[in-house]
Design a protein around this ligand. Structure first.
Ligand SMILES: [Cu+2]
Length: 463
């Protein structure tokens, strides 16, 4: 005690006398996020390091944390050899900051910068990623977590961000297989990796204590993989989807499905005992449950488990009123391998499927391949919209709306949880509803990024 006191007094006197004189003045200017080439040991240690594209040298990029209602202010510095931009996925953002190259901004050329500065109205788990040639840039590593913290956060012992990803590497040299837009993956399920991992490593292990309470923020940053997940030695609740709180915590009893770009917030207790290993398991390509992330248990946080957690505080503007009188829209997803589509409109003319395929395009939304000058729909600011989505393809698609969250409309008219990305299975008919309360040009696209690049991208206008 005496020792500590003495040291403290010493430090105090240092700060009082020398500190002011020697502390460097903090350089003026914005905080940066630098996109640059680096190497990372994402494969097991017997393999070489992989050349990756990063934010600030790391895969995934740094975890950005900001209080709800605060601002994210970052200068993107592009040190990549190609143009890029950053999309802040799931943030109900000012349109000019949405980061979609060619729609909301010009791509930032090599050597260039762009100042992102926006408010974050909603607490929750979000992420940021490249939105310029995304199917290549995200696959090379350009993504990271954006955590918006509740003023009144639930009580947990630890808050862990788990960015789930896969990488398609050449086993000979552990470098990315190219091309990123291989026609076979574009026209089928998309680019899936042969190495899976979490937070940039193939075998994430994070020590925990028995009965410890964790908040796990799962983010699927992969190009096209639908993660099927299960808990082992962990028991708990889903408390938020795509950043948005559920009205009540939902006990995790079945498998969790995490489509590309989706997020799940869990609050879990470590029920495994000391010496055991708890885990987040995934259902693997070879039909086995494999650890996606491991949690070796050492020590004990408490003798017993705690009570069910309270729901997260709701975010603003979560209601979707007036669905009975809403404007109705219909969209059909078409194309792909083994599909029924014979052709679609592309670059202003009707094209046969074979000719489309010759130009690397395989998909259409309601008969239109990719972006056009006119939006799929022009919406009045504030109106409620119901959009029916028919999946007339042989593949699942994870459809993402920028700028606004939506709720699924069930057959009986009830509304599901609020999300920004919804998984649609082959031959399925889904309906979503949202309030078009955010003005601007908003992308609506498949988040299987190869699909988005080969026809499954459109946009809506809200004014
Ligand atoms: Cu798709």
């Amino acid at each position: 005690m005496t020792n500590r006191m003495t040291r403290r007094a010493f430090c105090g006197s240092m700060a009082g006398t020398v500190g002011l004189a020697t502390l460097p003045v903090r350089a003026a200017g914005p905080q940066t996020l630098t996109a640059r080439v680096a190497t990372a040991q994402i494969a097991p240690p017997q393999y070489a390091a992989t050349e990756v594209w990063t934010y600030d040298g790391a895969v995934p990029g740094p975890v950005l944390r900001v209080p709800q209602g605060g601002r994210v202010s970052r200068r993107l510095v592009n040190e990549l050899p190609v143009p890029t931009s950053i999309h802040w996925h799931g943030i109900r953002i000012d349109n000019a900051m949405d980061g979609v190259a060619g729609l909301t901004q010009e791509a930032v050329p090599p050597g260039g910068t762009f100042d992102y500065d926006f408010a974050v109205p909603d607490a929750g788990t979000y992420w940021y990623h490249a939105h310029s040639n995304s199917f290549e840039q995200v696959a090379r590593g350009l993504s990271g977590a954006l955590i918006v913290e509740e003023a009144d956060a639930p009580e947990v012992d630890r808050d862990e961000v788990l960015v789930l990803d896969d990488w398609l590497l050449n086993p000979e040299d552990a470098q990315f297989m190219t091309p990123f837009g291989h026609p076979m993956s574009l026209s089928h399920g998309g680019r899936t990796g042969n190495l899976l991992g979490t937070n940039g490593t193939y075998d994430l292990a994070s020590g925990v204590k028995a009965n410890e309470r964790l908040r796990l923020r799962l983010i699927n940053a992969s190009n096209a993989r639908i993660f099927v997940l299960r808990l082992a030695g962990l028991e708990g609740w889903t408390v938020a989807l795509d950043g948005m709180p559920l009205p009540e915590p939902q006990p995790v009893e079945a498998e969790l499905i995490l489509a590309p770009a989706q997020r799940i917030d869990l609050i879990v207790d470590v029920t495994a005992e000391e010496g055991e290993t708890a885990a987040l398991l995934r259902f693997d390509d070879d039909d086995q449950w494999q650890p996606q992330a491991r949690f070796p248990v050492a020590g004990q946080a408490s003798a017993t488990r705690r009570d069910t957690p309270a729901a997260l505080p709701p975010n603003p503007r979560m209601e979707v009123p007036g669905i009975d009188s809403a404007r109705r829209l219909d969209m059909v997803m078409e194309g792909g391998a083994m599909g029924r589509m014979s052709g679609a409109m592309m670059n202003g003319r009707n094209m046969g499927f074979r000719e489309m395929a010759g130009q690397g395009q395989f998909w259409a939304l309601s008969g239109q391949v990719g972006m056009t000058d006119t939006p799929f729909a022009s919406l009045d600011r504030g109106e409620t919209v119901r959009l029916r989505l028919t999946n007339d393809t042989a593949f699942p698609h994870a459809m993402h709306l920028h700028g606004m969250h939506f709720r699924q409309v069930a057959g009986d008219g009830t509304l599901g949880p609020m999300r920004d990305t919804i998984l649609s299975y082959p031959d399925e008919l889904l309906e979503i509803a949202f309030v078009a309360d955010n003005p601007g040009k908003w992308l609506f696209h498949c988040h299987m990024l190869g699909h988005a690049a080969s026809g499954m991208t459109t946009w809506i206008n809200v004014s």
